[in-house]
Design a protein around this ligand. Structure first.
Ligand code: G4P
Length: 525
């Protein structure tokens, strides 16, 4: 197969959902269809149970599992599918945001009874920012849930995206009979079973009297009415607005019962984008370019505390990646060669000789890489789009063992490079502040500093509302701001100015008083 065809057949995506909507179950069913696994239950949920926030065994287990399931690659029909796993626990949301920078599209799973939930809303914001094409899978149709039209309205309103149903449910819960597949014009009949897959009947003409035979008179009348309404309300499906991230096709099904999953996958491979051009600071990088380029979107530390080796996950943006070839680490301006890059196929990690745009390779690393680094055939390319979000919780980190300050500093630096949390250095007192999105991250950091670096640390409270990155074209005003707000100023680990507002009032005042300063809540602008 030639290079261009290899690119065209790749589909790299992530499944995102609010915890418990069915992401793990759907992932597993997709892997089953791809033949990547053979029994249900093979994919372990990488969720840390909500009750076990202090259970270190759970966290270590999670870290172990998440290497294995970080990328799940498999072949389906003529396509090469790469599913990028995202952590289920919301305290690791930052990790999920970064993973979203490495995918070309997204499937959002929504629980039919719960509708759009908080985490889905947040993740969708990232997709919208990046114009990532999304498909929605409304799961758990075998349970009582919301009216499908209400659900579509809710998705449109809450996720700020237009929708277009590509399948339509026939009843719900106990009376769920299946869906009409609007994409392939088929009637997919439901039998509650984890073993069998959907029974599909070609059904072009919805007014054909056979419909009554399959789903009964009442449901036939209702289905015909619903479909007429859909045609009246929603524009015909068109791939362009989907690919532009403006319209989300919606499917209904039940992942647990294997229903609607194959249909989702069949449509997905047809309409979802193959690797797309990636914007770098210097220029747009197209996948079909011959020179290799890629960026690190995730770093996974080794579980073995005696070896500080990591795996850097690189998304290939252009060209072919080859084993034992020298590539340029752009930030360090040095050549690196990898003798054992790994790829992830069918849940196995194996050494690969080559990989293509859209693929993820795992590169063994001993501290060379940090999140966002680029690797190229020689060109200086810096990829954009790995945003840091303003954290939601802040604490001072203090050394608890004066003999180990070197270890502590090294540990903090490396964990931050790994993207575990964000570091700010207070300009007023030089103290280090760690910002996270959840309490669990503080616990993980303290634990890892001790176990991997032998450094004891302790947390001290700091009352902050938001950290925002500031910039201005008016240098004088910026300098004036920094002088006036000195006690609120910090720098992030890349030396950028950050304003630490301790209340929304202080932030508002600052925004009012300094009109020429831009306040950013993500570090990419
Ligand atoms: P997540 O990764 O999004 O957090 O969700 P996960 O797949 O783990 O699913 C959450 C729960 O919902 C699981 O039940 C799972 O079995 C159930 N589930 C998933 N899809 C469906 C569906 O189509 N219908 C119904 N009725 N349930 C579904 P659990 O009891 O939390 O876990 P388990 O003990 O079954 O593993």
């Amino acid at each position: 197969m030639n290079f261009q065809d290899e690119i065209k057949r790749r589909r790299t995506f992530a499944i995102i959902s609010h915890p418990d909507a069915g992401k793990t179950t759907l992932t597993e069913k997709l892997l089953l269809f791809g033949g990547a696994i053979h029994v249900a239950g093979a994919v372990k949920s990488n969720k840390i149970k909500k009750t076990a926030t202090s259970d270190w065994m759970e966290i270590e287990k999670q870290r172990g599992i998440s290497v294995a399931t970080s990328v799940m690659g498999f072949d389906y029909k003529d396509y090469k599918i790469n599913i990028l796993d995202t952590p289920g626990h919301q305290d690791f949301a930052e990790d999920t945001f970064r993973t979203l920078t490495a995918v070309d599209s997204v499937i959002i799973v929504i629980d039919a009874a719960k509708g759009v939930e908080a985490q889905t809303r947040k993740l969708m914001e990232v997709c919208r920012m990046r114009k990532t094409p999304v498909i929605v899978f409304v799961n758990k149709m075998d349970r009582e849930g919301k009216d499908p039209f209400d659900l579509l309205d809710e998705i449109e309103a809450e996720l700020s995206i237009h929708v277009r149903p590509l399948s339509w449910p026939i009843n719900i819960g106990q009376r769920f009979k299946g869906v009409y597949n609007l994409f392939e014009h088929k009637l997919d009949l439901y039998t509650p079973s984890k073993q069998t897959i959907t029974q599909s009947i070609a059904f072009d003409d919805i007014h054909h009297p056979d419909l009554e035979k399959h789903i009964g008179t009442d449901d036939s009348i209702k289905l015909r009415e619903d479909l007429t309404l859909i045609d009246g309300v929603y524009s015909a499906f068109d791939t362009h607005p989907y690919l532009a991230g403006e319209v989300a096709p919606v499917f209904f099904g039940s992942a647990l019962n294997n229903f609607g999953v194959k249909e989702l996958l069949d449509c997905f491979v047809q309409i979802a984008p193959s690797p797309r051009p990636v914007q770098a600071i210097e220029r747009e990088v197209r996948p079909e370019e011959e020179s290799f380029s890629g960026f690190v979107f995730k770093i996974h530390a080794n579980m073995d505390p005696n070896h500080r080796s990591c795996i850097a996950f690189v998304k290939i943006c252009s060209g072919k990646f080859e084993r034992n070839v020298n590539y340029k680490h752009v930030r360090h301006n040095k050549l690196l060669r990898f003798s054992s890059p790994t790829a992830f196929m069918a849940q196995k990690k194996e050494v690969v000789d080559e990989a293509y745009p859209g693929d993820i390779v795992g590169l063994p690393d001993t501290g060379n890489f940090k999140i966002g680094d680029s690797l190229t055939s020689g060109e200086d390319i810096h990829f954009k789009g790995l945003p840091s979000f303003s954290p939601e919780m802040f604490k001072y980190i203090e050394n608890a063992d004066p003999m180990k300050s070197k270890q502590l500093n090294k540990g903090i630096d490396q964990l931050m490079d790994e993207g575990v949390a964000q570091l700010f250095i207070h300009q007023n007192n030089g103290r280090k502040i760690i910002g996270t999105v959840g309490q669990l991250q503080f616990e993980v950091i303290q634990y890892r500093l001790l176990h991997e670096y032998g450094a004891q640390s302790q947390w001290e409270p700091i009352s902050l509302y938001k950290a925002c990155w500031i910039e201005s074209d008016d240098k004088e005003e910026l300098d004036n701001f920094k002088r006036r707000k000195f006690q609120y100023m910090a720098v992030d680990k890349d030396g950028r100015d950050v304003f630490l507002a301790d209340s929304s009032y202080i932030l508002q005042m600052a925004q009012n008083d300094f009109k020429h300063i831009r306040f950013h809540f993500t570090s990419e602008f």
